[in-house]
Write a protein that binds this ligand. Structure first.
Ligand code: PDD
Length: 286
């Protein structure tokens, strides 16, 4: 099926979408993005994603004061045009095409806005008996110091993700110089010990994941489990009863192997099953 994308106020076939080689997104990675999941035409956390997009734009001083409704109408039209299955909408805003390559942008502000859909896996709950845990590896985090901004400049993340991919595993979990877990190359990390659920606190070392936010909300409002946003050490990770990764496309994914060692007994954990089931029931409420 021909894919329809959005570029600068127009919907068009993917093949017709062209940008200038002087676009600062292309030259410098000078832009920000979002990935918003949808299932059968319904978005998960749409407003939260757009709020984060607005924060990212403000952080790098791109002026684009579109309302959430405007973003929603573009995203909904893309879903309609592309079949409304299980699709994520990727939104990319760069600072736009200047007349020359120059680091400084002075007052230049002519954003390029691009959006497209990508198929994502069906919700796990439909197939919960068949869910297998993920195998992951670990690495010291080499990325920049503003990982709270969802920048399109993803070279560090790509190097970390490729490190996992080359070994045939799903992700690389990252830790800082103090051996504290930050996040993973494309997802946030939760660690469970003695039924206590912990995820690293928000700061500039990690992305404030929308899925992380929804999962925390669900645990706090629908369960009695103890939950904290606290420092997670590398040893905590290695000694955990369960480890989960969260992201728009992974939802909540259980990790059963880290650096070749099983997490606890190496089986998908009971707490994961409980929280994942609640997530599937309540994810559209956010
Ligand atoms: N990745 N941390 C990083 C570094 C990420 O790239 C992502 C998302 C997350 C999870 O955020 P959220 O729950 O809002 O998806 C955490 C997206 C899906 C991507 O880059 O494709």
């Amino acid at each position: 099926m021909q894919q329809t994308v959005y570029l600068n106020d127009q919907f068009m076939p993917l093949e017709q979408a062209k940008i200038s080689p002087l676009d600062r997104g292309f030259l410098f990675g000078d832009g920000v993005y979002e990935v918003i999941p949808s299932y059968s035409g319904k978005f998960v956390g749409f407003d939260l994603h757009i709020e984060r997009l607005k924060r990212s734009l403000a952080a790098i001083k791109i002026e684009l004061n579109w309302t959430t409704d405007k973003w929603r109408s573009i995203a909904e039209r893309l879903l309609e045009e592309n079949g409304s299955g299980n699709l994520s909408v990727y939104i990319h805003v760069s600072r736009g095409a200047d007349v020359k390559r120059a680091h400084a942008y002075k007052t230049f502000n002519s954003p390029t806005v691009f959006a497209l859909t990508t198929e994502i896996p069906a919700p796990k709950v439909a197939n919960i008996d068949k869910v297998e845990g993920l195998s992951v590896v670990t690495q010291e985090d080499i990325r920049w110091q503003r990982c709270d901004v969802k920048s399109t400049a993803l070279l560090g993340n790509i190097m970390h993700f490729q490190h996992a991919y080359d070994q045939g595993v799903a992700e690389t979990i990252l830790y800082n110089k103090d051996r504290q877990v930050t996040e993973a190359s494309t997802s946030n990390v939760f660690v469970i010990k003695n039924n206590c659920i912990t995820t690293p606190p928000l700061d500039s070392q990690l992305l404030p994941g929308v899925t992380r936010h929804i999962v925390l909300d669900i645990i706090r409002s629908k369960t009695q489990y103890e939950v904290g946003e606290e420092i997670v050490t590398f040893d905590d990770l290695k000694q955990a009863d369960e480890v989960w990764l969260t992201s728009a496309s992974k939802e909540v994914a259980p990790v059963t192997l880290i650096d070749g060692d099983p997490v606890a007994d190496g089986k998908v954990g009971g707490l994961w099953l409980a929280i994942m089931s609640l997530f599937e029931q309540h994810k559209f409420d956010a």
